[in-house]
Design a protein around this ligand. Sequence first.
Ligand SMILES: [Zn+2]
Length: 417
Amino acid sequence: MRRAVVLILDGLRRDFVTPELMPHLASFRSTATWFDGHRSVFPSVTRCVSACFATGCLPARHGLQANTMVLQEPHGQVLHDAGEPGFLDHRRRVTGRSLDVPTLAERLAGQGGSVIMGNVSPGATYAHDPDRFGFLHHRVGSFAPGGEALSDGFDSLRPDLAGDAAMVDRFITEVLFGRQPALAQLWTAEPDHAQHMMELGSPAHLALLRRVDAHAGLVIEAVERLRAAGEDVLLLIGSDHGHQTVDGVVDVAAELAAVLPEAAEAVTVAANGTAALVYVDPARPDLIAGLRAALPQAAWVDRVVGPDGLAEVGHSTANGLAFLIGMRSSEETNAHGVPGLSLVAKPHVGKADRLGFGQHGGVGRWEQSPVLLVQGDGFAAGSVRQEPTSVIDAAPTILRHLGMPADGMDGRALQAG
Ligand SMILES: [Zn+2]
């Protein structure tokens, strides 16, 4: 039987995969293909990337624009946290669709099925299967195909290393060796969760990476045993984005109000770590010219994409999205010699990021350097591929391995030949 096994180590930077820090992953490189030009999407945030991963499509097609995003609702523009468990149900009520294109879970229903475990936000995990075609396991709520609630004990897990460890154990024993779906997927909380609260390259961070690597080692070893038993497994291990070190916080809404006072009531800024999305009330298109003139002048931006350029970065003007901002980044090093510093956008609610800790969302070099390693039919052992690849390429690659069409996807299957 042909099966796909996916392990996503949230937030793992490519340059941290070294024999010293992550020996299991480094050793896995010699038996898999390493994608050296792999990139996240923009914004490089987990909920958006999860929808890209699940659908093989860019945000313009699936509709989940960012971690924090605006929905155009009947009474106006409303800012939402897409990490909330009910976000995609709410989007279905407002727009008629949870996501606008089918997920892997939907495509695999009746074709061997899927079991998806996630230890990140509920919204990110549910984006893999918002309409409950397969099995979905998360601490906030787990579901069987059709949406029946499951009591699986995952509600006691935390989004940390211990929670990941418990999930890895159950993934291997219950899913890989027990239920054996066509797609078995585990998306861990670490190293992302802790990187937001520590300095990249610090002793605590290096210890964290070793623990994350040990989790990967367990899955790699389990898949070797499946293959020894005759299974034809595609094993994809990767991450959704990397991290930069925060070197400043910018209140983007206040900055815009300072240069364009009339923007205050008709412009909504959705902060997404080292990115920000600027939404303009459709009744006030006159504001766009002012923003287009002001934004590129700001000292705190790396990249500003306006309404005319959104399609080029995989977005549309849905919900009144007008500008996508990558906050200023540099390749300078932090206190531990780790390169990649970025400004962050001050969040709408909650505390601003701590200076010196990890964050992501923008187009900085290191947040755009996620990991992709693929082992199995069509992937030469020990090879390094340099061409640009994207998180949207995972879904078509998985479907090709399973002998299924990947019609209607923006990504492409990565098998050689
Ligand atoms: Zn993430």
